[in-house]
Design a protein around this ligand. Structure first.
Ligand code: GUN
Ligand code: ZN
Length: 469
């Protein structure tokens, strides 16, 4: 990998482990260095730790000091749609109608290279200004959209996962493609783009409603030929979608069975949403090493439902989880806003679990796991997301050897709602303890947004500075 050299001094916050494994002692999963130094060579982390120790080892390097900020690993978005930039915020429909009325008519335009290229500028600008440095994205069923996506990501040297979107029914004629065409073009794109620079390829069956068994078989074939590739899809998002999937795959016991039957469920498989997954399906995801991307902005915007976070984090059968904005089903790119909504979903789940309000069996342990503390939230957006995508060996924390993508957060971004949190930090030059930093991070996710992202760095190079032209 190519990249830049730099040495950044400031206050750092990252994770070494999953905070859900440290209930009551979440701090043990995190790392806070009030005055630290991050040394980057050729885009990779060369050294990291307390300033006094690390600076002594790198006397030759010019240091960039970023006081008054919290520096975290770049945010990882596990589920987003590149061709839905211009469809964000479409009014009034739930999933299946929304796809027909707002999404397919827009995606068809991505057969045009110029249209797709212009959208890519907006897409990457929006990601970087929200602090997102890696995404796993859908493109469209037109190969040119995938080519544009990878070419534009490479210009920015970003670590991304994407692939040609397979759909052979339930869409207009200029959106559907045949399984054979999908197979041929996926193969060509994999050979052209996979592991070229920081690009990674995901075999992408859109969802069971839009994919025949023949299309799923092509995905199985591709995975067999290219086992190093990822698989990206949607699952159990909306009740009408679930009914439709059941009708189309009558021999499958549930939605997850469709992917099992076609040999897809396993490591490096991610399905967006999973709102209506049963306990048994979650157990099978866990066992297979497959991941769900939790997309609360979208699940609420499209009225899909409340993802059962605490159930997914069952310590007996934990499911690998990322968070995703799912633009345009989600109505913002910002993972900070996604975390805010994820927190609210956890809170609502706990009302559902409360036996006095709802006659469901009460499960106190599950309700505790539903609570999205700042440790859990920012873990999901960083190391947790990397873990879910099997990228935690190269992304997600400041461990030496990893790729140097990071975000510089400003708690004092001017939002009136954040005055209380800002005043806590203003009493000093910034948070002095891990708890104080976590409180500030919770303030950012509860009342902040992309205005709290001051800078975003990719492979040791600053690609975004708030307010800069
Ligand atoms: N299921 C199939 N396609 C889509 C999509 O574009 N967005 C969402 N949210 N769900 C889907
Ligand atoms: Zn989606």
């Amino acid at each position: 990998m190519t990249g830049s050299n730099c040495a950044i001094r400031g206050t750092f916050f990252d994770f070494l482990d999953d905070p859900w494994k440290h209930i009551g002692q979440e701090k043990e999963a995190a790392r806070f260095i009030r005055d630290g130094l991050l040394v980057v060579k050729n885009g990779r982390i060369e050294d990291f730790g307390p300033f006094t120790e690390v600076s002594a080892r790198h006397a030759e390097m010019a240091i960039t000091h970023l006081p008054g900020r919290i520096i975290m690993p770049g945010f990882i978005d596990g589920h987003i749609h590149f061709p839905q930039v211009r469809a964000l915020g479409a009014y009034g429909n739930q999933l299946l109608d929304w796809l027909q009325n707002s999404i397919f008519p827009e995606e068809v335009k991505y057969n045009d290279r110029a249209y797709a290229t212009e959208a890519a500028q907006h897409f990457f600008t929006a990601l970087l200004s929200g602090g997102t440095t890696t995404c796993q994205t859908f493109t469209t069923s037109h190969p040119v959209a995938t080519e544009v996506f990878f070419d534009e990501a490479a210009k920015r040297n970003m670590r991304v996962i994407a692939g040609l979107t397979g759909i052979d029914r339930f869409a207009p004629a200029d959106v559907v493609i045949t399984p054979q065409y999908f197979y041929n073009e996926s193969k060509r794109l994999i050979e052209t783009y996979h592991r070229k620079g920081r690009n990674l390829y995901a075999i992408t069956p859109r969802f069971a409603v839009g994919c025949t068994s023949e299309m799923m078989d092509m995905c199985r074939e591709l995975k067999k030929e290219y086992p190093d590739c990822w698989i990206n899809t949607h699952i159990s998002e909306n009740p009408s979608e679930l009914r439709s999937a059941k009708e189309h795959f009558p021999d499958c016991n549930d939605y997850t069975h469709v992917h099992e039957k076609h040999g897809l469920l396993g490591p490096k498989f991610t399905a967006g949403h999973g709102v209506w997954l049963t306990n048994d399906e979650m157990r099978r995801f866990s066992k297979a090493g497959a991941a769900v991307s939790f997309c609360p902005l979208s699940n609420l915007f499209l009225g899909s439902g409340l993802f059962r976070l605490g159930r997914a984090k069952d310590p007996e059968h934990p499911v690998r989880l990322s968070v995703g904005c799912d633009v345009g089903g989600g109505n913002a790119f910002s993972l900070i806003r996604v975390l805010e909504e994820a927190y609210k979903v956890g809170m609502c789940n706990n009302t559902m679990l409360d036996g006095s309000v709802n006659p469901r069996e009460q499960d106190l342990a599950e309700s505790e796991r539903n609570k999205l503390s700042p440790y859990r939230a920012f873990y999901l957006a960083t190391l947790g997301g990397a873990h879910s995508l099997y990228l935690d060996d190269i992304l997600g924390s400041f461990d030496p050897g990893k790729e140097a993508d990071f975000v510089v957060l400003d708690w004092n971004a001017g939002q009136a709602a954040m005055a209380w949190h800002q005043s806590l930090a203003a009493q000093s030059a910034g948070p002095e303890t891990m708890d104080a930093a976590a409180q500030l991070l919770f303030g950012i996710m509860a009342a902040g947004d992309d205005r709290n992202v001051d800078e975003t760095w990719i492979a040791g190079q600053r690609l975004y500075k708030k307010g800069a032209p």
